[in-house]
Ligand binder design. Structure first.
Ligand code: 13P
Ligand code: ZN
Length: 269
């Protein structure tokens, strides 16, 4: 028995996470337990689900998140492998609900798999998105090789240097990641400080942010779109690095070409 049985909407959300987990592994971005995914599945919750008993005691989130009252999430399990989650999402992740004090969660199904250590960042961002009235439901954190490598150069960490460079490698990058790449300076993984800095960067109008020397964190309407933005940014990073390894610095599209893309696609920046 699984909570997904006879709940096609919830099963689709979890299956989409499993699909993306497979991509993260195939791309080499998910060594060991690297990366994590959460999805706000509150829209899929029915009365029978609400009546289910918790299978753990309430567990402290570490922060109080008032907009998450009554919310439910699918969360990757801490220390679980993306490559395992791709095949067995309910054995390597769990469905949690936020308790009424908005400071704890309890695991409801299927097994007591403890959520990701980056839960403070994921839940703080979901809290922020709800407060903003955003339709976004998914957040993805992963370790894309080329983007992380670029974050080791202080020049690329200045505001929008990397955004403009990556946008200029191929027209699609600006079209499909139109807010660019925000930068969060290095902070301890799983810390509340990292969560707060991530919200600040997203609030500065980015859908994808770089965690310096660690990885990226992306938000989107669903898990596939959150993945796609990281994928297009990484494609640009690979083109840049391929050109460099061929011995030249790529020209990049001109300012006029970039402006044309923004005008034609009605992009925000
Ligand atoms: P978890 O295994 O706890 O999800 O952590 C992986 C990770 O990438 C931490 O930043
Ligand atoms: Zn990480």
């Amino acid at each position: 028995m699984s909570i997904l049985d006879n709940r096609p909407a919830l099963a689709k959300q979890v299956n989409d996470v499993a699909e993306v987990a497979g991509y993260l592994w195939q791309k080499g971005w998910a060594e060991r337990n690297g990366g994590n995914i959460t999805v706000n599945v509150t829209d899929c919750v029915d009365d029978a689900m609400r009546a289910l008993p918790a299978i753990t005691e309430p567990i402290a989130i570490g922060v109080t998140l008032p907009h998450l009252k009554g919310c439910w999430f699918y969360c990757k399990g801490t220390n679980r492998r993306m490559r395992d989650l791709a095949r067995w999402p309910m054995q390597n992740g769990s469905i949690i609900r936020i308790t009424d004090d908005c400071a704890h969660y309890e695991i409801v199904a299927d097994e007591p798999v403890m959520p990701t250590s980056e839960l403070p960042s994921h839940l703080s961002v979901h809290n922020y998105l709800i407060a903003k009235g955003s339709p976004y439901k998914a957040s993805v954190h992963t370790h894309p090789i080329e983007l992380v490598a670029m974050s080791h150069n202080p020049e690329f960490l200045k505001k929008d240097v990397l955004t403009n460079l990556l946008w200029s490698m191929i027209p699609e990058t600006k079209a499909f990641c139109p807010r660019g790449l925000g930068i969060v300076p290095y902070m301890l993984p799983s810390s509340v400080e990292l969560a707060d800095a991530t919200i600040k960067a997203i609030d500065d109008d980015y859908d994808v942010v770089m965690w310096e020397k660690h990885g990226v964190f992306s938000v989107g309407p669903d898990v596939l779109e959150a993945f796609d933005m990281i994928d297009v940014l990484t494609k640009s990073a690979i083109i840049y690095q391929d050109a460099k390894s061929m011995g030249f610095t790529p020209d990049g599209m001109s300012a006029a070409q970039m402006k044309e893309i923004s005008d034609v696609f009605h992009l925000p920046k």
